[in-house]
Design a protein around this ligand. Structure first.
Ligand code: C2E
Ligand code: MG
Ligand code: MG
Length: 640
């Protein structure tokens, strides 16, 4: 090869080395411009073969042409190409073409695209192994002779172009892999965030909706049919999702059985919610996988945000995820929309998760105990007082246990929290005793299921009683029904241990868990507390009446005491008395009060009872008559 040609190849190599997927077209064009000069030809072009669609595509050319629409030499299918173009599909060696009648078709196409009537052409294949991946073309208007050493040099140039092409293909593949999920081919989380960021940019049309999908109980498919079947189901689900979301929607798989759809068109939250509901129904169709007909329901959480409003991609995804959790909580197969209330609830949960441990460790005084009296409805006498924990939160005010007990249980703090409440309540209670409270009043303390099955719980109770000089009989521990069923053996051992310490055991919220009638026989339980759900409307609701009557009868036959929770109305109180349930708690008698207020109630010993309705009270006042403290029916009761 002559020095001139050597130099040409070296120059091309140097230029192409810097080529990437982004600048490949521009770099190629520069090289082609250089080659045009060095070879004194009129046009150079670079084409890639697309073997999937059997076509050749123009990638770069020099000099630039006036744009022609459609460009007859842009994308050329081999099937309808003239023989010269068609040869490029499998060309292995340089091909030289001079103006002659045999090439008339080719000349005509070139003339259409370039307005040049007669050309000569050298075509050099780009090769990758056995595959012809493209062609480099050198066109001279009129005739030109190509020397063998020129063609050899051009083969070297073509090899350099083929290398760049391979590099770009690899780069694009990596890029694809980085943005897509292997299994389903949907975009992955990071690509989704990229798309969402772009959609949420100020000035873009909105609102932008996000639908978060989660398959219900996919685990069962994996467990019983194997992961292959689970994967096949996910792929088919992904395909159905894409089909329903529309061609321009972004469909992503975030991993596992979590999918996200961002519809292409703007949607309000309500519209997106409707869209989600429709998709839920449509996605719930049977699918045959591994010879089994599978049908999975899907839960959907929906959120929407306005571009430029400051809402970020991760905000939107988090909101949709929160809505999804709500949809799941309701048993799945549901679409739920994000709401501000929901966000508040999650906020609170997050706050509690983050800070409760710290409060228990370093600021236990923020956890205060309030007390709810239990009265004998025949006399108004306070027979017990239930310790109910509250959290005096620095910014949220007084938090009720519903806001943090469940979380404490889920993050393993129930034991510590329980110990703290028990000690605080016992300390206060022993103070009241010292102040002359009647010694037969009982302190009720709620116990988390987790505490009950924790090693050493019985010892902790015993030593706390010891420390504050309390007798076991002064304490009643309230446990829930479910724990007795779920951890039967462990809890039986603990309960028996507690019996040895002498404390009483009440089953709290009786009637809401599983029926433990069979267990009751074998357990050292003393009291059933009828859940307030059956008591609140007692006197108006027939089925509640039947349940309460059955519970009282049941307690009676097992020799248990029974206490009603949630007595709010005189009607409920009177009905309970009629059914033989004398002991009760509820707003009719007192709301939960703080320690000093409880002390005052106990000093009095009794709560005033008035079971007349407001209308009756009003009439009595008009007559100037006395208040009716107790109903006649009760006054006639034999034990009064
Ligand atoms: P619970 O043990 O069944 O306590 C009774 C709940 O019903 C209390 O709610 C009380 O304020 C409420 N209540 C009482 N009378 C009425 C009424 O007439 N109407 C209505 N609507 N409600 C009434 P609170 O204080 O929010 O406690 C909720 C639950 O939190 C308790 O239910 C108990 O299960 C749990 N809890 C409270 N303190 C503790 C604790 O220290 N440890 C554990 N593990 N759980 C606790
Ligand atoms: Mg309770
Ligand atoms: Mg209860």
């Amino acid at each position: 090869m002559s020095g001139r040609l050597d130099e040409m190849v070296t120059a091309v190599a140097a230029e192409l080395m810097g080529g990437t997927a982004v600048n490949a077209a521009a770099v190629s064009e520069r090289v082609l411009a250089d080659l045009t000069k060095r070879l004194s030809v009129d046009v150079c072009f670079l084409r890639y073969n697309d073997h999937d669609i059997r076509a050749t595509r123009l990638i770069a050319e020099w000099p630039p042409r006036e744009p022609v629409q459609p460009d007859p030499i842009g994308l050329v299918y081999f099937a309808d190409a003239d023989p010269i173009f068609a040869r490029a599909e499998y060309l292995k060696e340089p091909d030289v073409l001079r103006p002659e009648p045999a090439n008339a078709d080719y000349q005509r196409r070139i003339e259409e695209g370039t307005a040049v009537p007669e050309t000569s052409l050298a075509c050099v294949p780009l090769l990758s192994g056995d595959l012809t991946t493209g062609t480099l073309g050198f066109v001279k208007f009129g005739d030109r002779e190509w020397l063998p050493e020129e063609l050899t040099a051009l083969q070297a140039v073509a090899t350099l172009f083929a290398q760049l092409q391979a590099r770009i293909t690899a780069e694009e593949k990596l890029h694809y892999l980085a943005e897509h999920d292997d299994l389903t081919g949907l975009v992955n989380r990071s690509a989704l965030i990229g798309h969402l960021d772009a959609r949420l940019a100020a000035g873009r049309p909105g609102p932008v909706a996000v639908l978060f999908f989660d398959l219900d109980r996919l685990k069962a498919v994996n467990d019983y049919l194997g992961h292959g079947a689970g994967d096949a189901f996910l792929v088919s689900f992904a395909n159905r999702l894409v089909a329903q979301a529309g061609p321009d929607a972004i469909c992503a798989r975030l991993g596992g059985d979590e999918f996200v759809v961002v519809p292409a068109e703007p949607m309000t939250l309500e519209e997106a919610h409707d869209f989600g509901r429709r998709m839920r129904v449509d996605l719930h169709s049977p699918e045959v996988i591994a010879g089994e007909t599978l049908m999975r329901t899907v839960s959907i959480g929906v959120a929407a945000g306005e571009p430029g409003s400051g809402v970020s991609s991760s905000d939107l995804l988090r909101r949709a995820d929160q809505a999804l959790l709500t949809a799941k909580k309701g048993g799945g197969n549901n679409a739920a929309a994000f709401s501000v209330d929901l966000e508040r609830a999650f906020d609170l949960r997050h706050d509690v998760e983050l800070h409760l441990g710290e409060v228990i460790q370093h600021d236990p005084g923020a956890l205060v105990v309030h007390y709810l009296p239990e009265v004998d409805m025949r006399t108004g006498e306070i027979v017990a007082t239930e310790a109910l924990v509250r959290w005096q939160h620095p910014t949220r005010g007084l938090l009720l246990p519903g806001a943090f007990i469940g979380i404490a249980e889920s993050i393993n703090l129930a034991g510590e929290l329980g110990r703290l409440v028990m000690r605080a309540a016992c300390r206060e209670f022993s103070g009241w005793l010292a102040d002359g409270m009647p010694p037969d009043v009982v302190l009720n303390v709620n116990v988390s299921p987790v505490q009950l099955v924790t090693d050493g719980f019985v010892d902790t109770v015993a030593s706390t009683l010891d420390e504050f000089g309390l007798d076991g009989s002064m304490i009643c521990l309230e446990i829930t029904e479910s724990v007795v069923v779920q951890d039967g053996d462990a809890s039986r051992i603990t309960l028996n241990g507690l019996k040895d310490v002498g404390v009483r055991i009440a089953i709290d919220d009786f009637g809401t868990g599983y029926s433990v009638l069979s267990h009751l026989k074998n357990l050292p339980v003393d009291i059933l507390k009828i859940d307030k759900g059956f008591v609140l409307e007692l006197g108006e609701n027939d089925s509640d009446f039947a349940i309460v009557r059955a519970t009282v009868a049941l307690a009676d036959s097992f020799g248990l005491d029974v206490v009603a929770e949630g007595v709010e109305t005189p009607a409920a109180a009177l009905t309970l008395l009629e059914l033989g349930c004398h002991r009760a708690q509820g707003y009719l008698f007192s709301r939960p009060v703080d320690g000093p207020a409880m002390r005052r109630l106990l000093a009095n010993g009794q709560l005033p009872l008035d079971f007349s309705t407001p209308a009756e009270r009003h009439r009595a006042q008009l007559k100037g008559g006395r208040r009716r403290w107790l109903p006649r029916r009760v006054l006639r009761a034999p034990h009064f």
